[in-house]
Design a protein around this ligand. Structure first.
Ligand code: PGA
Ligand code: ZN
Length: 422
């Protein structure tokens, strides 16, 4: 029996920051159900697909999503009724056509992606498969190494850190479960170190600590190395460091302004020099958005200087959009892409973006957003795509842990077939 789409409904729910977001429910005529809740960024790229917000200042400071909910229940539900839920590409194409804009601004990428993901979930259930197997086939058995964001700065915390994310990356762990344990133990060691130095151990949006470090961004790297050692691991061998400065957020008039840490203004070339000195000093293996989204020359200089030694990840630069990824490949602006489903707005276009990365020999990292929900779609998606890297926050806060716990489940389910590694 063909599983047709029967009903599509939506609900305004809250994300991990307490802001409204969209949840979609798709029911098929064989009784299968798929649900999806959409995350939301804070340091968003300007070329991302549009998140539709009501702008009604009387509700949630203008951040309500009732219009997106209505778009799902009216126009989208009408257009998709009767579609075979397994035809993901045709459904996503229909959504893109129905919206009719370049960046999904009419119906909203939050509405469109909610439907796209919920359809995939319902179709998986109808086929009697776990989501990772439905999306990735029999080859979907490669668990990703987690990048765990243990110190938060930038737009995610009022800490003294200009850089948004300082992540631990357990590249030497033998399994996902062990990688998570390495990370959790290092996180607890870092907490003790911070406490011992009189720093606050409250956390930021992604669950990393958000202290007022006197030594700014450099001290963050030093403390992470100390925490890795305190937890009994070898920096660089068991656990490496990955960074996401999210440099668009402190780029002004051609300068990178490291104001919070008091490190002053830096040119794009100064930033390359800073990262080069850090790569020599600390076990850093991946740097994302080390330059701002429109500073293509900065990105190119960085990739020319460090691209043969470390992963240079484009996030705001390429926004999971095949068009910008193609340009970055052509111009050698980076050598890997961050992949966020809601930056582009459908499951099929996200898979297209990943194909492009693979063809270019690039790495790719499946990523959460700083505003998340309990939805674990991205964990299954990471296994389905098999890229070996996921970034979904620190080792606390349940909206982050939900993804890690889902990966633990998948690893256990796959048993002896499982593969692991970046
Ligand atoms: P965002 O941050 O979800 O706030 O955009 C994540 C990132 O920059 O990678
Ligand atoms: Zn980023």
């Amino acid at each position: 029996m063909t599983p047709h789409i029967d009903t599509i409904t939506a609900l305004e729910i809250l994300d991990s920051r307490g802001f409204p977001t969209v949840r979609v429910n798709v029911v098929l005529d064989d009784g299968s159900v798929g649900t999806a809740s959409i995350p939301s960024g804070a340091s968003t790229g300007e070329n991302e697909a549009t998140e539709l917000r009501d702008g009604d200042m009387a509700r949630y400071g203008g951040k309500g999503v009732l219009a997106a909910v209505a778009n799902v229940e009216d126009e989208i539900a009408d257009a998709l009724e009767g579609f075979d839920a397994r035809e993901q590409a045709a459904i996503d194409e229909a959504l893109i056509e129905l919206d009719g804009t370049e960046n999904k601004s009419r119906l909203g990428a939050n509405a469109i992606l909610g439907v796209s993901q919920a359809v995939a979930r319902a179709a998986a259930e109808s086929c009697g498969q776990p989501l990772y197997a439905y999306l990735g086939g029999v080859g979907a058995r490669h668990l990703p190494v987690p990048m765990m964001n243990v110190l938060n700065g930038g737009k995610h915390a009022d800490s003294s850190l200009d850089f948004q994310e300082f992540m631990i990356f357990p590249v030497g762990a033998p399994t996902f479960a062990e990688a998570l344990r390495y990370g959790a133990e290092t996180f607890q060691a870092l907490k003790k170190i911070l406490h011992g130095k009189g720093y606050a151990t409250s956390v930021g949006d992604e669950g990393g600590f958000a202290p007022q470090l006197k030594g700014g961004n450099d001290e963050a790297c030093e403390l992470i190395v100390a925490a890795i050692e305190k937890a009994g691991y070898v920096p660089g061998q068991d656990i490496a460091i990955a960074l996401d400065p999210a440099a668009s957020s402190f780029f002004e008039n051609g300068k990178y302004r490291l104001t919070r840490s008091g490190q002053g203004d830096k040119s794009p070339a100064d930033m390359v020099a800073l990262f080069k000195s850090w790569v020599a000093k600390y076990p850093i293996v991946s740097i994302e958005d080390g330059h701002a989204e429109n500073d293509w020359d900065g990105f190119k200089a960085m990739t020319a200087e460090l691209g043969d030694r470390i992963q240079i990840v484009g996030d705001d630069l390429v926004v999971t959009n095949p068009r910008y990824i193609a340009r970055a490949i052509e111009e050698k602006a980076c050598n890997a892409a961050l992949i966020k489903l809601n930056q582009i707005g459908t499951v099929s276009e996200t898979i297209d973006a990943i194909h492009l990365c693979r063809e270019a020999g690039w790495g790719f990292v499946i990523s959460h957003r700083s505003g998340e929900t309990e939805d674990t779609f991205m964990a299954d998606f990471a296994v389905a795509m098999g890229g070996g890297q996921i970034k979904t926050g620190s080792v606390c806060r349940s909206e982050r842990i939900a993804k890690y716990n889902r990966l633990l489940e998948i690893e256990a389910e796959l048993g002896a077939a499982v593969r692991f590694g970046a």
